[in-house]
Design a protein. Structure first.
Length: 362
């Protein structure tokens, strides 16, 4: 199983949903960075369960502990160990699922691959695994912000058929995103999204959505052709998240409806650098950052575990009716916002460090 991401800034996550705890090992963090739990906790707080009646009722404080790699508030350049204890485990809620693979869940494929699985809550296929990613991503965000002024902001751009229609990607910020339960900065759209999630929750069902993300202030030059292109690495990172089903950058699939004369981004002088008049490319050209904002979208499917009765079969092929228990989000996208930001930061920092090495050796 591959549980690591990155080349120079490398992150490995560990832990299961209903085990003792979850976390990450961060290798490659530069020495001398001021770092404490207070730098990491805000993003974990945005991700944690039980934030409102629209999320899973599982109650977890998700308090992070730095185990290693930091002394007297400064990073040592050695691996940083990050741990979050699970406090509200209920493995007994998943007893029926020992024998029955949940439709559209990874229960079946994990069992097929390994011959065994963590049946309580899905183990490594649970979104709880992303805690380690978010904790590590908070460190990456701090380095990106302090050294390059880079910021990442994600928001919910759709839930089901409800879409945000008025979001300024040049100015949107996390305060605006967090101003409502839907995490959509377009308030009228956010209200409709919230109403839809409540309707789905009442029906013991689930609904999917899309998270958009903008990464601002990148210099031109980040990305490693041909297989480690910026957009390719972002796609890999985002599609490694639980429940993701699609990724697009810039104009994405909609760009296929345009002609080249419409889609091309003309170059213009922007202060001391070349920029583009439009940004259909989404901030990358040839897999390398152009200096324009990197804009992408990630599609999340409806949560597989729902309370409605479902006709399916058990692992022996015998027909059964499954009414899943346990605690699950009716819609994952509001809590996915900090996860998408964190994964973007991990990719950007790794590519930034690789470019930094190249420039030093030139």
């Amino acid at each position: 199983m591959s549980s690591s991401l990155g080349t120079l800034f490398r992150v490995s996550t560990f832990g299961e949903s209903h085990g003792v705890g979850v976390g990450a090992i961060v290798d490659g963090c530069p020495a001398g960075l001021q770092l404490s739990e207070a730098d990491i906790q805000p993003q974990l707080d945005r991700r944690r369960p039980g934030q409102s009646d629209l999320t899973t009722p599982r109650e977890e404080a998700d308090q992070v502990t730095i185990l290693s790699g930091v002394e007297n508030g400064l990073t040592l350049g050695t691996p940083i160990g990050l741990l979050v204890h699970n406090k509200d485990q209920r493995p007994g809620d998943y007893g029926e699922m020992d024998l029955v693979p949940r439709p559209s869940h990874a229960d079946f494929t994990y069992q097929a691959k390994y011959g065994i699985r963590a049946s309580s809550g899905g183990g490594r296929s649970s979104a709880r695994e992303t805690i380690g990613r978010v904790a590590a991503g908070a460190i990456a965000e701090k380095i990106l912000r302090e050294e390059w002024g880079v910021e990442t902001v994600a928001w919910v751009s759709s839930v089901g058929a409800e879409e945000a229609v008025n979001v300024d990607v040049d100015s949107v910020n996390r305060e605006q995103v967090d101003s409502n339960l839907s995490r959509c900065p377009d308030k009228p759209s956010a209200a409709r999204m919230e109403a839809l999630v409540r309707e789905v929750l009442e029906a013991k069902d689930s609904v999917g959505g899309v998270v958009s993300c903008v990464c601002r202030n990148l210099p031109a030059g980040w990305g490693e052709p041909v297989f480690d292109k910026l957009d390719a690495m972002l796609a890999q990172a985002m599609l490694s998240l639980p429940a993701t089903k699609g990724f697009e950058i810039g104009s994405g699939f909609a760009g296929t409806r345009l002609r080249g004369s419409q889609h091309n981004d003309p170059f213009v002088q922007k202060g001391k650098r070349l920029g583009t008049l439009t940004n259909y490319a989404g901030g990358t050209l040839g897999g390398i950052s152009s200096g324009e904002p990197v804009l992408f979208r990630v599609a999340f499917k409806p949560v597989a575990t729902i309370g409605q009765s479902q006709q399916t079969v058990d692992f022996d092929g015998k027909p059964v009716i499954l009414e899943a228990t346990g605690r699950h989000d009716p819609c994952v996208v509001p809590r996915a916002v900090p996860i998408v930001e964190s994964m973007a930061a991990l990719v950007l920092l790794d590519l930034a460090l690789r470019q930094k090495v190249r420039e030093r050796s030139a």
